[in-house]
Design a protein around this ligand. Structure first.
Ligand code: 6PG
Length: 234
């Protein structure tokens, strides 16, 4: 399993920035599904500062691997976070941003997002295929919004499903296993000591790793981008 360990989040962000720069130079358009939560903030901030003029952001079609069922102005919104830390600082095209409408009724939001992914992302093996899938890792072993108590959702035939946060009960729209693993390149962006135990269990296939949705991600297409705190048990 490919993993890269960086001294800090900035170095990790630059590595990803270089990858994104090369990918946008090589392709007329790029399909990317972003991760949410807090980890991407530092990475988006650095991309905004150091790659705002070098990356052709107008080429990128932006989607999300998951979203919380909240309005885009809510601090919990993954779209809102991305707008604040990235879109407000780089030249994207509004028509290329395909967000989950978290302000709608969950089923309505799920249907609308499923259609926008199916209608706008090129197919491979009959399933939409992203060039880049960004994933985070929860300290319970979840990824996207597939949590251990709903691990069966990973195997759904639907490309997206409604899911629920185990503690808050917050409803989420999440991509599922087939579309995540159909991606050309998958990156886990994982920082912080609190993730080290799960990183070690999943990468070294030990402990309770089989219960973690993140362990179901296709290892052959995945690169773990880790800071040294998240990697300290490896
Ligand atoms: C979300 C995410 C989720 C996230 C992990 C890690 O919407 O919450 O997409 O999968 O990546 O929970 O979250 P942190 O980066 O905040 O630790």
């Amino acid at each position: 399993m490919m993993q890269k360990i960086f001294n800090n989040k900035q170095e990790l962000a630059r590595y990803f920035g270089e990858y994104l720069l090369k990918a946008t130079q090589e392709k007329p358009e790029l399909y990317i599904a972003l991760s949410g939560g807090s980890t991407p903030k530092v990475i988006f901030e650095l991309l905004s500062k150091e790659y705002d003029k070098t990356i052709d952001w107008t080429k990128i079609r932006f989607f999300w691997g998951d979203e919380r069922m909240v309005a885009p102005t809510n601090p919990e919104s993954n779209f809102g976070m991305t707008r604040e830390y990235l879109f407000d600082h780089v030249k994207t095209r509004a028509v290329n941003i395909f967000r989950v409408k978290g302000e709608l009724e969950p089923q309505e939001a799920l249907n609308a997002y499923t259609h926008s992914v199916n209608d706008n992302v090129p197919l491979h093996n009959g399933i939409p295929q992203f060039d880049i899938m960004l994933l985070g890792l929860g300290d319970d072993g979840h990824t996207a919004s597939i949590f251990p108590h709903q691990i069966d959702l990973w195997h759904s035939r639907n490309i997206c499903e409604l899911a629920q946060h185990p503690d808050s009960g917050q409803v989420r729209v999440s991509m599922t296993g087939d579309i995540i693993n159909n991606s050309k390149q998958i990156f886990f962006l994982v920082t912080g000591e609190n993730k080290a135990e799960k990183v070690d269990e999943i990468i070294n296939q030990k402990g309770s790793y089989k219960q973690y949705p993140a362990a179901l991600v296709n290892k052959n297409k995945t690169e773990w981008l880790l800071d040294k705190e998240a990697a300290h048990l490896l």
